[in-house]
Design a protein around this ligand. Structure first.
Ligand SMILES: [Zn+2]
Length: 337
């Protein structure tokens, strides 16, 4: 089978690797229908994350179950399934509390930008659609593997609810999904910080009530203008850089909560949070916890997070997919094996 391997900064290649096989009786093998490149894959592509040796890459997927191990009960061969960017057993005490991203029996995959994927913990990881989805639903469903679940987690972590004012820092796919999540969860004001016209438009389509193009103190001042001079009730930090984390703090009102889902590459001083009574919550999203609810919203046609895919390429052009996202020519690239 063909699978994407990262060799180092700026160097991803589609290579032939052995087909994955059932190793544990709880495994399944999924034939990928669609996969994609994640903003977090770019950390290594840009040389910010280490690549000590060539390694299979990608962690977002949806596809058709091709094989199941002897102990798999919840999914069958032929079903269309989605799994989160980590696998989890969904039965241990941690998972039962809804923290599946921290399942002690879970972990990552051996690369999902591939034609076939071995899914450990298949019963706890995969969620099947009731019937085979239409072509048009595939992009929406694929986002539930990571970006939509991650944006949702930012909003849930920050306690977003009806009537609240929410600022979203970051206009990548996760930030845009966080806008959609905040609107779905009933926020009255959803303020998206973005200076890119195409992303601003999509943010408005997803429910943003205001766009702020300014950054740093000028951006925070604009937020205060919209929030009775005090800042937002909740801030969703969807980037992870120190600049984004400090921007989130600057936009938060006293007593606010920051929901953070960007891979942290910077500090957020605890003393600054303390003196302003600002809480910090979030982390890697327990996508599995949100998958059934978000799948229902997608299948009912109530949300279309798949609009974050503004470029679709065959898997053979995976190197171009990385280059397009790296240069911000594309928000997010959908890959078809
Ligand atoms: Zn678990």
């Amino acid at each position: 089978m063909r699978s994407t391997v990262i060799h180092g900064a700026g160097d991803v290649r589609l290579e032939t690797r052995p087909d994955p096989v059932i190793v544990e009786p709880t495994d399944a093998i999924v034939r990928t229908v669609a996969t994609c490149v994640c903003g977090s894959d770019l950390w290594r592509y840009r040389g910010i994350g280490d690549v000590p040796e060539p390694v299979a890459i990608g962690h977002e997927y949806c596809g058709i179950v091709e094989q199941v191990g002897a102990d798999v009960r919840n999914v069958r061969i032929g079903q269309f399934v989605i799994g989160g960017f980590y696998h989890s057993d969904n039965t241990c005490p941690t998972c039962r509390k809804g923290a599946q991203a921290n399942c002690p029996n879970g972990g990552g995959y051996d690369g999902c930008q591939a034609e076939l994927i071995r899914i450990p913990n298949a019963d706890g990881t995969l969620v099947a659609t009731p019937e085979l989805p239409s072509e048009a639903q595939i992009p929406d469903l694929l986002t539930l593997s990571d970006v939509m679940g991650t944006g949702w987690h930012a909003a849930v972590s920050a306690g977003v609810g009806p009537g609240m004012s929410v600022v979203v820092v970051g206009d990548g796919a996760v930030g845009l999904c966080a806008v959609l999540a905040a609107a779905q969860l009933g926020a009255e004001q959803v303020i998206a910080m973005s200076r890119h016209e195409a992303r601003q438009k999509l943010a408005v389509e997803f429910g943003a009530t205001a766009i702020i193009a300014e950054r740093d103190e000028a951006g925070a001042a604009k937020v205060r203008e919209l929030t009775e001079g005090i800042g937002a009730d909740a801030v969703l930090e969807c980037v992870g850089t120190e600049g984004a984390r400090l921007q989130a703090l600057a936009c938060a009102r006293p007593g606010a909560t920051i929901g953070t889902v960007g891979l942290p590459h910077g500090e957020l001083p605890a003393a600054k949070l303390f003196w302003r009574n600002v809480g910090l919550a979030g982390g890697p999203a327990p996508v599995r916890a949100y998958l059934p609810q978000l799948m229902e919203l997608v299948l009912a046609g109530r949300i279309h997070p798949g609009k974050v895919f503004d470029l679709e390429l065959p898997l053979a052009e995976v190197a171009e997919a990385y280059a397009a996202m790296d240069s911000r020519r594309a928000i997010k690239v959908l890959l078809r094996p």
